[in-house]
Write a protein that binds this ligand. Structure first.
Ligand SMILES: [Zn+2]
Ligand SMILES: [Zn+2]
Length: 167
């Protein structure tokens, strides 16, 4: 194990897929949108966002499948081909496709370290879910400058620069 506290490993339930993330997340979303509810079969999705190149597949491979997202532009869900557990997805974000990876926090070996930074799409939050009083929460989405740290907004701008130079 690395002594770097920002390095974490995770994987699917059968052990075929193993991955490592070697960065602090850009942000952790607790998403209460209807699509996350349906796709997860439960009340919300908990996703930690990283630059895709900070997520390293250590073992196995993933099956990617496009599904709907609230933006209408879709997201690609990456699943273990054997046990079908979703380990992450790639979303369009600020014009960037597949440069930000949404790790399913529950697939990390130590998921307790990444509580949500913000609750999104609370307009469709299931009514029994009571949010901690001091948590940031928005009905739909938020302004990056207000929610992400200054340092992480710089990381976001670096990704945007790469995306712009590519086209
Ligand atoms: Zn598996
Ligand atoms: Zn959602």
């Amino acid at each position: 194990m690395s002594s770097d506290t920002n390095t974490q490993e995770g994987g699917c339930t059968c052990g075929h897929v193993r991955y490592r993330v070697a960065a602090e997340p850009l942000v952790v979303h607790c998403c209460h949108c209807r699509m996350c509810q349906r796709q997860s079969g439960t009340a919300f999705a908990l996703n930690a966002l990283f630059e895709a190149n900070h997520v390293v597949l250590l073992q196995g491979e993933v099956d990617e499948k496009m599904v709907d997202s609230p933006s209408g532009r879709g997201q690609t869900i990456a699943r273990c081909p054997k046990c079908r557990v979703a380990v992450w997805s790639n979303y369009y974000m600020g014009g960037i496709k597949e440069m930000i990876r949404f790790i399913r926090v529950g697939t990390l070996d130590n998921p307790d370290t990444l509580p949500p930074d913000v609750h999104i799409f609370t307009e469709s939050k299931q009514p029994w879910v009571v949010l901690p009083k001091d948590d940031q929460a928005v009905e739909v989405f938020y302004d990056f400058e207000q929610v992400w740290s200054h340092k992480n907004n710089q990381r976001r701008k670096e990704l945007l620069d790469i995306a712009t130079n590519k086209t």
